[in-house]
Design a protein around this ligand. Structure first.
Ligand code: ARG
Length: 279
C-alpha cells in the first residue's frame, strides 16, 4: 500500500485499455431459489429495479469507451444476468460453463450457443465450472478459484484448452463463493482482494505473487466491493464500498461507483454482470 503523500501524479501512470463485454439484461431477474447465503426467496427481488441499475452499469462501460454486446435473457433463468458465469473467453477461445446447481444448468448452453453462432471456437467442459466467476485472467496467468462452485479438475481442463497457466486458489467463506466476490484484477498486472475469503495456503500464494496487492476489508467485501471491474485505470465498483473506494483512489485509480443493490440480493455485483470477451 502506498502512503497518501506519495500518490500525487500516480494516476498519470494508470493506462486504460478498451474492453469488449457481454452482458444480459435482467428482465427475468428474481430471487426464487437460494444457492448462496445472500439469496432469500421470501424477500424476493424486483426485476424492474434490477434493469434500471443494470442499464446504468452498461452506460458506465460505454461512456468509458468500452464495447458492450448483449445476449437475450431467458424466461425461467433469473440468474442469467450474471454473465461472468456464462463462459471464460481468452484469445478468442470459449471455454464453456457447467453449473454446480441444477437451477442454473440451462444457462451454459445459452451462452455457448451465443458464441458458437458468432463463429468463436467453443469447448463444452467435462467438469463443473462457473466461468469468469472463478477464472480471473491476468496477462501472464489465470487465477482459478475452487471450494464452492468450480471443480479443480476444470482448472486443468481450461489450462489444456487455453494454453494459459492456472493458479488454483481455495475459497473458504460461503459468503464469497466465487473468486470474483473476493478478488479482482486491477488490469495492470496487480490485483485487489479480501484476505479473509482465502485459505491460509492460498493467501501465502497471493502474497508471494502480488506483494503490492491492494487489500479490501470485510466491510468492503460485505457490500460486494471486491466484485469490481477495472480497465487498468477506471474501476467500476459498488458505491457502498466507501473504504475500498478511498483505498483505490489513494492508489491512483479512478473510481466509478455504481448502485446494484437489487442484484446484490442474489449475491452479485458489477463483475458478476460482466463477461469479458478477450481476443
Ligand atoms: N445467484 C448467483 C449464484 O449464486 C449469483 C452469481 C454471481 N456471479 C458471480 N460471478 N459471482 O450463482
Amino acid at each position: 500500500m502506498i502512503p497518501a503523500h506519495m500518490t500525487v501524479g500516480l494516476s498519470d501512470h494508470r493506462v486504460a485499455t478498451t474492453r469488449h463485454f457481454l452482458m444480459c439484461r435482467p428482465q427475468f431477474f428474481g430471487v426464487t431459489y437460494s444457492i448462496n447465503p445472500w439469496m432469500d426467496p421470501s424477500r424476493g427481488a424486483d426485476a424492474a429495479t434490477a434493469v434500471r441499475q443494470w442499464e446504468a452499469l452498461k452506460s458506465a462501460y460505454e461512456s468509458l469507451g468500452h464495447k458492450v454486446s448483449v445476449i437475450d435473457p431467458v424466461d425461467g433463468l433469473p440468474d442469467m444476468v450474471f454473465a461472468a458465469n456464462g463462459a471464460l473467453v481468452v484469445d478468442g477461445k470459449v471455454y464453456g460453463a457447467r453449473f454446480a446447481h441444477q437451477e442454473r444448468a440451462a444457462e451454459a448452453p445459452a451462452y455457448l450457443d451465443w458464441f458458437a453462432q458468432r463463429g468463436y471456437p467453443v469447448k463444452e467442459p467435462a467438469f463443473t465450472n462457473e466461468g469468469e466467476g472463478d477464472f480471473l485472467t491476468l496477462d501472464e496467468v489465470i487465477l482459478a478459484g475452487t471450494g464452492f462452485r468450480t471443480d479443480v479438475a476444470a482448472h486443468l481442463e481450461a489450462q489444456e484448452f487455453l494454453g494459459r497457466p492456472m493458479i488454483t486458489l481455495r475459497l473458504i467463506d460461503p459468503r464469497f463463493y466465487h473468486l470474483d466476490t473476493a478478488l479482482f484484477a486491477l488490469g495492470d498486472g496487480n490485483v485487489c482482494y479480501y484476505p479473509g475469503a482465502f485459505s491460509e495456503g492460498s493467501l501465502r500464494v497471493l502474497r508471494r505473487i502480488f506483494p503490492d496487492a491492494v487489500l479490501g476489508d470485510e466491510a468492503d467485501a460485505l457490500v460486494l466491493g471486491l466484485n469490481a471491474v477495472s480497465d487498468g485505470r477506471n474501476v467500476i465498483v459498488n458505491a457502498e464500498a466507501t473504504g475500498l473506494r478511498d483505498t483505490l483512489t489513494r492508489n491512483g485509480y479512478d473510481v466509478v461507483p455504481v448502485e446494484l443493490t437489487e442484484l446484490r440480493k442474489a449475491g452479485g455485483g458489477p463483475k458478476c454482470c460482466t463477461l469479458e470477451i478477450r481476443l
